[in-house]
Design a protein around this ligand. Structure first.
Ligand code: FDA
Length: 310
């Protein structure tokens, strides 16, 4: 409950224009802890750096609530440019996209623009042997995202496209089971948006319990699982579960956000687990940054200290 109140307070404050302007003006230095840089080159450098520690990468061009269809298509073009830059740098591009950023919900030439642009990005991923994960956004988008995932999975196959499920939503265990016929590559997260009690568990203990159930069920179904969390107790339980059920270390991976728990990322990789860092980059870093602050008061203190130092 406290977590939910804290998150709500931070996201409400962060949504105010004056706060946004103040943080944008003075916050880039602090945002660099969580964001690799503003250009594809800085992100690619981060990929090379992580590789030295045996950590894989997931590139994420930041950009939310992009308004016009032309902006959405431009955004998709930028992702494709980044896939090309990564390929040219010797990296198999693994990227995440938010369907809203590429036009989900906007109809152009009789088709959803998000689907059209996602196709272009996944086609490029297939060309380079890469992968595209469709991030999950706030709850009104879940139905459409899962339907579009199913369509894209049918067209390109599970080795090139996956998606995300959020354990804080009551509906998610049913959603997971409903995807079993695809044997999908799924990322399981707790969920980062401010959701009402009508759709999401308000208590953290319930979110955590649902998280474990989702991961175990997806493993039991024989599917590849991306265990995306910094929660050490869950990570430990997943390791034990895999061991007890004979699930090999290459049947799942741990995923964490760039700049968060690097020690844990390195230790898991050194212990032979597959680990992937989610590397956000780009000029539109503010909404992403706000959500990281909303996750833990420790991060808010880090920002406040930085701002007071000026
Ligand atoms: P929880 O919040 O319970 O934190 C567990 C512990 O981890 C905390 O005690 C703290 O020590 C540490 N921790 C967590 N967050 C931290 C932070 N920001 N800074 C410092 N320490 C932190 N969400 C979504 O809705 N859609 C999506 O598509 C994705 N995609 C995604 C990809 C990847 C790779 C990750 C890791 C996460 C996401 N998320 C997401 C975000 C996710 O929903 C969730 O908000 C965060 O992962 C934080 O929750 P934890 O699982 O880490 O647990």
């Amino acid at each position: 409950m406290i977590d939910q109140m804290y998150r709500k307070a931070v996201l409400t404050v962060a949504g105010q224009k004056a706060i946004e302007n103040a943080v944008r003006a003075r916050g880039w230095g602090m945002a660099q802890r969580f964001v690799a840089g503003e250009t594809p080159q800085t992100a690619i450098q981060a990929v090379h750096d992580l590789k030295k520690d045996g950590i894989m990468a997931n590139l994420d061009l930041l950009g939310e609530f992009i308004e016009s269809p032309a902006q959405c298509t431009q955004f998709a073009d930028n992702v494709i440019t980044m896939q090309g830059a990564a390929h040219a740098a010797g990296i198999t591009p693994y990227v995440s996209i938010k369907l809203s950023s590429v036009g989900q919900g906007k109809t152009v030439d009789g088709e959803d623009l998000g689907l059209t642009n996602a196709r272009r990005i996944i086609r490029r991923a297939r060309e380079y042997g890469g992968f595209v994960c469709l991030d999950m956004e706030d709850h009104p988008r879940v139905d459409q995202t899962l339907a579009q995932f199913r369509t894209l999975h049918g067209e390109f196959g599970g080795q090139h496209v996956g998606t995300v499920l959020q354990s804080y939503l009551y509906r998610t265990e049913k959603d997971r089971a409903s995807l079993d016929d695809l044997s999908p590559n799924l990322r399981i997260v707790k969920g980062a948006y401010l959701e009402p009690e009508t759709v999401a568990y308000p208590q953290k203990a319930d979110v955590d319990a649902a998280y474990r159930r989702l991961v175990y069920a997806h493993m039991q179904a024989g599917n590849y699982v991306n265990v995306a969390t910094h929660d050490e107790s869950i990570i430990h339980d997943v390791q034990m579960y895999a061991l007890a059920h004979g699930i090999s270390k290459d049947a799942f991976e741990f995923q964490m956000l760039y700049g968060i728990r690097r020690d844990l990322q390195r230790n898991l990789a050194a212990a032979g687990y597959r680990v992937r860092a989610y590397i956000p980059y780009g000029r539109d870093w503010y909404p992403y940054f706000s959500r990281r602050i909303a996750e833990t008061p420790r991060n808010a203190m880090f920002v406040l200290r930085g701002m007071l130092k000026g």
